[in-house]
Design a protein around this ligand. Structure first.
Ligand code: HPA
Length: 256
């Protein structure tokens, strides 16, 4: 049975439709995940929700235990992960509030625990197309049915954070071909691939990236744009759950 998990980012720390209690925090060889894994019921599908920055948003992008998060989801039988992410818009389509389903990425992060293959077991996964084609097309189809306009494709540049970028860094990323910039897309995507999970990103533009507008980027601006964008994201995710993950096992979380 296909089972869907949603990793919520900034602006999507909580979900409606929570089933049961406060969730389950499993042990992993890498330590605990960012937050308890919560079971959520949407449109006849039982989804697992994980808050990437912690329930109280206290974990910065470079401090997230990406390995524990992905490992814990896999242990629960999750087969597909939609990673919700706030991003800065670089390409002109990425107007604040706009949702995109990227199809490529470039990793500019450093110093993060980024692999399960640390030795003695070593495997070099194929990462030519970092996002799962099946889940991407399901997301695009769900968006179309839900009447939400999304940008199909684009290159996500993953930066280290927590600071935002300089205008010159964004100009360089633009020359590299990046359309959007965020801080959490890597190593999350690669870790999911290493464990054989289908992973796609649903990115919401929170602001024009550094130097792309005539004003400083403020947290108020980011929160405001995310509020409207996350309404669209949730409509897409509901449709996705209903159309492709209905009947996935309910109450599948171990009691703990
Ligand atoms: N840069 C990086 N990450 C982000 C941004 C940004 O401008 N906005 C939201 N997340």
């Amino acid at each position: 049975m296909e089972r869907l998990a949603i990793i919520g980012g900034t602006g999507l720390e909580q979900m409606e439709g929570v089933v049961g209690g406060g969730g389950h925090t499993p042990e992993t060889p890498y330590g605990p995940p960012s937050s308890p894994l919560i079971e959520v019921e949407w449109g006849g599908a039982a989804l697992i929700f994980l808050s990437r920055h912690g329930e109280d948003h206290s974990i910065p992008p470079h401090g997230i235990n990406y390995r524990a998060n992905i490992w814990a989801l896999q242990q629960l039988g999750v087969s597909s992960i939609v990673a919700v992410a706030a991003v800065g818009g670089i390409g002109e389509a990425m107007v604040p509030g706009q949702v995109a389903i990227p199809d490529q990425l470039i990793d500019y992060t450093w110093g993060r625990e980024h692999t399960f293959f640390d030795g003695p077991e070593v495997e070099h996964i194929d990462f030519s197309w970092p996002y799962c084609a099946t889940l991407r097309s399901q997301l695009l189809q769900a968006a179309s049915v839900a009447g939400v306009s999304v940008v199909d494709g684009g290159t996500y540049g993953a930066t280290q954070g927590p600071r935002l970028e300089s205008a010159a860094e964004i100009r360089r990323m633009e020359r590299d071909g990046c359309d959007l910039v965020g801080m959490t897309g890597m190593p999350e995507a690669a870790l999911a691939r290493e464990l054989g999970l289908c992973y796609a990103s649903c990115a919401v533009s929170a602001n024009w990236a550094a130097g792309k507008s005539d004003h400083e980027i403020t947290m108020d601006e980011i929160s405001e744009n995310l509020q409207s964008g996350m309404v669209d994201v949730q409509s897409v995710l509901r449709q996705l759950a209903q159309d492709y993950f209905q009947g996935s096992s309910k109450n599948g979380l171990p009691k703990k």
